[in-house]
Design a binder for this molecule. Structure first.
Ligand code: AMP
Length: 280
């Protein structure tokens, strides 16, 4: 596997690959890689001739400087994992390489980028669109792999791809979970063992909520109250929404694509965790 640091070098290699009719799969990440990321990379390796994985802790998508500061950085072990997964290229540029000047572009895809994470993390999805669009321009991939772990992010990216006419296909990949159900996340390494056990209740309660015969609004309150009743967990929001547009809905009959998206603060620090559940 090649570790590439500059845009010009990456473009040169990918231009050659394209000239010899090789397909390119792309997996954007912020590093601190785990089995969740590995599943995306393995799928890309199966479906493309060349898999490029970017490892770039993108500052423009962090609305909280403390979150950026404590984000784990593990480039050496990241590259080892990518090599094992069969990736051909790790692209790990510096911040100066990606943003030689401040990126002033703005993106707006309501309601996908204005509700939930969009509302609670102002500027977050703008930063995501800035980096993902730059990486798409650089890599020009046939297929791009995104985890449903960041459910809302996929909805925003799909809108951006339509808007800017990127030719890449967006391939959503299922959430990979710990044995206890906790969605794998780079931020989980910031939790103690005890906090991880507590955090497992998030998915447990979400799963249980599928079996209650309550109305949509009652289900929202039931999940929120039940998680808030657990010591060490505080719900920021739990919204049951249209799974495609992320617009809020009032009844189970409003559409046939429905997901519940949740953000919970866990533990003393506290660490912000996101998850979702599909109802239909
Ligand atoms: P990140 O490094 O957090 O920006 O994540 C990079 C990509 O990996 C995103 O598309 C995430 O949705 C995906 N990802 C992260 N955690 C998981 C997981 N537990 N299961 C599946 N995909 C994941």
């Amino acid at each position: 596997m090649q570790v590439i640091k500059t845009i010009s070098h990456l473009k040169e290699i990918l231009d050659q690959a394209r000239a010899s009719k090789k397909s390119i799969g792309f997996v954007p990440t912020m590093g601190a890689l785990h089995e969740g990321h590995a599943s995306l990379v393995r799928q890309s390796v199966l479906e493309n001739d060349i898999t490029v994985v970017s490892i770039f802790l993108n500052p423009t998508q962090f609305n909280d400087p403390k979150d950026l500061e404590r984000y784990p950085r593990t480039l050496v072990s990241d590259c080892e994992l990518l090599e094992k997964c069969g990736a051909q290229i790790a692209f790990a540029p510096s911040v100066e390489e990606v943003y030689p000047e401040t990126d002033t572009r703005t993106f707006s895809y309501p309601p996908t980028d204005t509700v939930m994470e969009g509302e609670k993390r102002p500027g977050h999805f703008n930063g995501v669109c800035q980096i993902v669009s730059k990486l798409f321009y650089i890599t020009n991939p046939d297929n791009s792999y995104f985890g449903e772990k960041d459910y809302q992010q996929i909805a925003v990216i799909r809108r951006m791809v339509e808007d800017l006419r990127f030719k890449t296909r967006i391939i959503p990949c299922p959430v990979i979970r710990e044995e206890n159900g906790l969605a794998m996340s780079s931020r989980n390494t910031l939790l103690t063992k005890e906090e991880k056990n507590i955090a497992a209740n998030i998915y447990k309660v979400l799963s249980e909520s599928k079996n209650t015969q309550m109305s949509l609004k009652e289900t929202e309150s039931w999940v929120t109250d039940k998680i808030n009743s657990i010591d060490g967990l505080v719900v920021e929001y739990f919204n049951i929404v249209n799974g495609l547009t992320l617009a809020s809905i009032d009844s189970w009959n409003d559409t046939d694509n429905i997901v519940g998206c949740i953000t919970v603060y866990c533990g003393k620090t506290p660490i912000r965790l996101i998850d979702h559940i599909r109802y239909k």
